[in-house]
Design a protein around this ligand. Structure first.
Ligand code: CA
Length: 413
C-alpha cells in the first residue's frame, strides 16, 4: 500500500506547489497591472511601487459581488436600529459638541447641522464604525477580477492617488493597508468611495490634508459639500409624513413619480402635522411598507440624500433621524406589523437572553448575524412559530417573560 501512497502524495505535493505558484502569479499579475495603471496616470514610480508593496489582493471579497443577502430586512427593523433612542441621544450630544464647526459648515455650504449629523450617524455611527478591511487589498481584487473591474480599477486608482498626495496617511508601519473600510471600498467617517473622496472631500480644519478618517471637521464639511453639490436646498424640507384620505388610489406612488403639491392637495393628501402641504414641489408619494403603513411626500432634498446611497430606506432613515435630532417625534402611523423591530439595545438584550438559554451567539453586539438567526429559529421552532430567524418585539417579550431553563443556563458560555 505504501507504493500506492507515494505517487498520490507526489501528485498532491505537485498540485500544492503549482497552486502556490498560481496564487503568486495571480497576485503578481494584478499588482503589476495596478502599478502600471498608476504609472500611466502620471504617478511617480517610487509611489506606485511603495503603494503596491507589503500586501496581496483580498480575493475573498469577490464572493460578495454576487451574493444576495439571504435575509431581506423589513423597513421597520432597518429603521428601528438606525434611528433608535441611543442614536438620537448620541446625535444630539454631537450637535452640541460640534456646534461651532457645524454653524461654520452651515454658513459656508448651506446644509443644516441636523442633516449633516444624521448622515454621519448613519454612515459611521458618528465616526465610531469605519470598517475593518484594508481597502487597498479588497479594491485590488475587485479591480483585477469579477464583473465590475473597470469601476473598481477607477476606485483603486483614486485611492492610490489619495495616498500618494498625502491626503491619506500611509507613512506608518502598515503602509497602504492602514486605510480600512468596507469590503467594497467605502471608508472613513463619511464612508465615501475613493473617487467621491477625491472629488468632494474638504480640508475644513485647514491642516493641509483632506482627512475623513481622523478629522471630524473635515468629515462633516465633506458631507455638507456632497449634499450641496447634489442639489441640496437650504431651508427646504426633505418631505414629511402625510395622511391619505379613505379610498385613495395609491397606484402612482413612487419616488420618481412627482406631481405638484397642489395636485396632491386636491387629492386629499394632508400633512400629519396639520396645516397645508409645503415645500419646493413637485413631490412624490412614498409608501415604504405599502398602503397600510406610514405615507410620505418627498421633495427634492430627499433625492439629494438618496444620492448618497441609492436606497429609499436609507434616505428615509437619514431624513427621519435629522427630524428627530431637531426634536421631532416618531412617525404617526404604525408600521403594518404586529411584531415591531428592535433598537440596538433591545437586540443586545435578545442576544443576552439567547445566550442565557445556552445558544452560542457570542458577545451581545446588537448585530444580527447567522448565529443569532439560528438561535432565533430554534426558539421559534420550540414555540411553533414561523421560523424566519428574525428577532422582533414578540420574541423579546416572550424571552423576558420566560425564565431560562436551568440546564441550558448551566451550559451557557
Ligand atoms: Ca484637514
Amino acid at each position: 500500500m505504501p507504493r500506492m501512497i507515494r505517487p498520490v502524495l507526489a501528485a498532491t505535493l505537485a498540485a500544492t506547489f503549482s497552486l502556490a505558484a498560481c496564487a503568486q502569479t495571480r497576485d503578481e499579475t494584478c499588482l503589476t497591472s495596478l502599478r502600471e495603471a498608476a504609472r500611466a496616470q502620471g504617478m511617480a514610480r517610487a509611489d506606485a511601487e511603495r503603494l503596491t508593496r507589503g500586501w496581496t489582493p483580498e480575493w475573498a471579497v469577490l464572493d460578495n459581488l454576487d451574493n444576495q443577502p439571504e435575509f431581506k430586512t423589513p423597513i421597520w427593523d432597518y429603521l428601528a436600529a438606525l434611528v433608535d433612542d441611543q442614536r438620537i441621544a448620541d446625535g444630539r450630544a454631537q450637535l452640541a459638541a460640534h456646534k461651532a464647526t457645524l454653524a461654520d459648515i452651515e454658513q459656508r455650504f448651506g446644509v443644516d447641522a441636523a442633516t449633516v449629523v444624521a448622515v454621519w450617524g448613519v454612515e459611521s455611527n458618528f465616526g465610531q464604525v469605519l470598517g475593518g478591511r484594508p481597502i487597498v487589498a479588497s479594491l485590488a481584487a475587485l479591480a483585477c477580477e469579477g464583473r465590475r473591474q473597470s469601476y473598481f480599477r477607477g476606485e483603486w486608482l483614486a485611492l492610490a492617488k489619495l495616498m500618494a498626495t498625502g491626503d491619506l496617511d500611509t507613512s506608518g508601519p502598515e503602509g497602504a493597508t492602514a486605510i480600512k473600510g468596507s469590503w467594497a471600498g467605502a471608508f472613513g467617517q463619511t464612508q465615501f468611495m475613493p473617487s467621491t473622496y477625491q472629488r468632494l472631500a474638504v480640508d475644513f480644519d485647514a491642516d493641509g490634508r483632506r482627512d475623513l478618517i481622523t478629522s471630524t471637521p473635515d468629515a462633516l464639511a465633506s458631507t455638507a459639500n456632497f449634499l450641496v453639490k447634489g442639489g441640496w436646498r437650504m431651508g427646504q424640507p426633505w418631505g414629511y409624513e402625510v395622511r391619505l384620505p379613505a379610498g385613495f388610489d395609491a397606484g402612482d406612488a413612487g419616488r420618481r413619480d412627482k406631481q405638484p403639491l397642489a395636485t396632491w392637495a386636491a387629492r386629499g393628501v394632508t400633512p400629519v402635522a396639520g396645516g397645508k402641504l409645503t415645500g419646493d414641489g413637485p413631490a412624490a408619494l412614498l409608501l415604504p411598507a405599502g398602503r397600510e403603513g406610514p405615507a410620505f411626500l418627498v421633495l427634492r432634498n430627499f433625492d439629494v440624500i438618496y444620492g448618497y446611497n441609492a436606497a429609499e430606506s436609507y434616505a428615509l432613515a437619514i431624513a427621519h433621524l435629522a427630524d428627530r435630532l431637531r426634536g421631532g417625534g416618531p412617525f404617526a402611523a404604525p408600521w403594518p406589523t404586529d411584531d415591531a423591530g428592535l433598537s440596538r439595545a433591545e437586540r443586545r438584550e435578545v442576544q443576552t437572553l439567547l445566550a442565557a438559554r445556552g445558544h452560542a451567539v457570542g458577545a451581545p453586539d446588537g448585530l444580527i448575524g447567522p448565529a443569532t438567526r439560528a438561535a432565533v429559529r430554534t426558539e421559534q421552532q420550540a414555540r411553533g412559530w414561523p421560523q424566519d430567524g428574525r428577532p422582533g418585539q414578540k420574541l423579546l417579550r416572550t424571552l423576558r417573560a420566560e425564565p431560562a431553563p436551568a440546564a441550558a443556563s448551566a451550559t451557557a458560555p
